[in-house]
Design a protein around this ligand. Structure first.
Ligand code: DON
Length: 305
């Protein structure tokens, strides 16, 4: 496996120049685009790695499955379905072009910005600091990594410049989908996006979703299988935004990307995969990361379709 991963990483380096690091969050523009790493987490927690698998990066939208999971654990499926639903948008992660039906009929999807911002309100906690702490603790627990924390520079950078998310959040407020102060909710969302992980963390988290909430080493039931089904189904249909159909065709398993360059994948009952390569395509998905997953899927026959 390690040899296979090394070969895949070597072959996929050639795709890096096709992409660009995110610059709309100024701090992310400083990241070296030439990095690429992978980690596969298999049965009994056996790990295989290659390339820049230890390099830390911010989760960005890879945190959305965790926001969804925390909202499900704290408020239940009915409340989550009523607020964000499950329907894919087929649109960019920060799109404004919503139909009125989407904004009143639970069609905003948990894997895009508006859905994740709205779901922060369904996390339990007296304050948004408390809600964020619960989310960070859940992320640490699933990654088996108590040292995960926020990259303060990236957090401040997005908080200063995140006016598109402010506009999206005020739109949610105008349509009565959120009630709390927009800045409080966004603070929780921006902090969540700035949690720093590496490929191993993502592979471990992905494996627990693949195992439907069961820890692959300890067999502890961490959350109900129906919550994993909700997360995996929305990752499969909208986890790569308006690149989700192409990804289903060429890769073929649930995954979530982030503009930090990470992708977390959950291959049902088989493995979790974390990849990192910060040069992004036009959808905001890691160019070389998607190629690496496509190769791995072909070599090991991982597509579920
Ligand atoms: O809200 C934002 O714009 C970022 N913090 C996260 C967006 C993102 O990662 C989109 N994914 N590819």
């Amino acid at each position: 496996m390690e040899k296979l991963l090394e070969r895949i990483i070597a072959e996929c380096r050639q795709f890096i120049p096709q992409g660009h690091v995110a610059t709309y969050i100024p701090e992310l523009a400083n990241v070296d685009p030439n990095q690429i790493g992978i980690c596969v987490n298999l049965e009994d927690g056996k790990e295989y790695t290659a390339g820049d698998f230890q390099v830390p990066f911010t989760m960005q939208s890879v945190v959305k499955p965790l926001i969804l999971l925390q909202a499900l654990m704290d408020s239940g499926i009915d409340a989550v379905r009523a607020l964000v639903g499950v329907e894919a948008t087929g649109k960019p992660f920060d799109a404004f072009n919503y139909s009125d039906q989407a904004l009143t009929g639970a069609h905003i999807n948990p894997m895009i910005n508006t859905g994740a911002i709205a779901l922060c309100t369904l996390i339990r906690g007296e304050t948004y600091e408390e809600k964020f702490s619960r989310l960070l603790e859940l992320t640490r627990r699933l990654a088996d990594n108590p040292s995960l924390c926020v990259d303060e520079a990236v957090y401040r950078s997005e908080k200063m410049t995140g006016n598109k998310n402010r506009a999206l959040a005020y739109m949610l407020k105008a349509y009565g989908m959120i009630e709390d102060p927009v800045e409080d909710i966004l603070d929780c969302y921006f902090r969540a996006c700035s949690i720093t992980v590496n490929c191993r963390d993502l592979a471990r988290i992905g494996h627990i979703f693949a195992k439907h909430g069961v820890h692959p080493e300890t067999w502890e039931h961490l959350f109900p299988a129906e919550y994993a089904r909700y997360v995996n189904a929305t990752m499969a249909t909208c986890g790569m935004y308006d690149g989700s159909g192409e990804f289903a065709l060429t890769v073929g398993f649930p995954a979530k990307s982030g503009v930090g360059g990470g992708i977390m994948s959950a291959v049902s009952q088989r493995m979790g995969i974390g990849v990192y390569a910060p040069a992004l395509d036009k959808h905001g998905n890691s160019v070389a990361g998607v190629q690496a997953l496509a190769k791995l899927s072909q070599e090991l026959g991982l597509s579920i379709y």
